[in-house]
Design a protein around this ligand. Structure first.
Ligand code: COA
Length: 161
């Protein structure tokens, strides 16, 4: 049986921290689905199509990684794609409480799906999408915080404003 894991997130935009988790976790499973969350109640900076396009370019050379999007409950989506593992990254202690609640709720909703946490590489522990957007908006250097494709999208977006 092939092992399938899902790595969900907003990826608004994807950062080097996300990429680190994607690449490392893809080695542990036959297939990794990077699932871009589309929550109609949430306002995103990049559209779901843009977030998918950035991620697809990032994982282009990886045969066992797919990028898609999902709406609704994550555990239901995991069921539809045959994934029994959810991957989440932990950057610091401050992530723990939120992630703990998320994992417990997901297990209550579907006990067949388990969450595995990966420690983010220490270089990326302070990076988050909204901070990267803020630095880019103010013209700061983000080249060591996001992949080139994301830097390009951010530059294009802010040059239009
Ligand atoms: N490196 C860098 N940054 C990271 C990171 C990593 N490894 N892991 C998380 N982050 C940052 C993100 O950049 C983001 O930063 P921001 O707040 O500045 O935008 C923040 O941490 C949260 O990121 P993300 O991993 O995308 O989580 P999320 O909270 O946006 O999404 C879902 C969580 C989509 C997994 C969750 O809401 C979900 O499952 N939704 C579906 C509906 C559902 O099933 N709900 C019930 C769940 S119990």
């Amino acid at each position: 049986m092939r092992s399938i894991a899902v790595y969900p997130g907003s990826f608004d935009p994807p950062t080097n921290g996300h990429c680190d988790i994607i690449k490392r976790s893809s080695k542990l499973f036959d297939k990794l689905i990077v699932a871009v969350a589309e929550n109609p109640a949430k306002k995103y900076f990049f559209s779901v199509e843009e977030r998918i396009a950035m991620l697809r370019e990032i994982v282009r050379e990886y045969d066992n990684i797919e990028v898609t999007h999902f709406e609704g409950l994550l555990v239901e989506y995991a069921d539809t794609i045959g994934a029994v593992t959810i991957i989440r990254g932990l950057r610091a202690l401050s992530d723990f409480e939120y992630e703990f609640e998320l994992a417990l709720m997901n297990r209550h909703l579907n006990s067949n799906v388990d969450t595995i946490f990966m420690m983010t590489d220490e270089h990326y522990s302070f990076i988050r999408s909204s901070l990267v957007r803020e630095v880019a908006r103010l013209g700061g250097d983000i080249s060591d915080k996001v992949p080139p494709v994301v830097e390009r999208y951010l530059k294009e977006r802010f040059s239009q404003k």
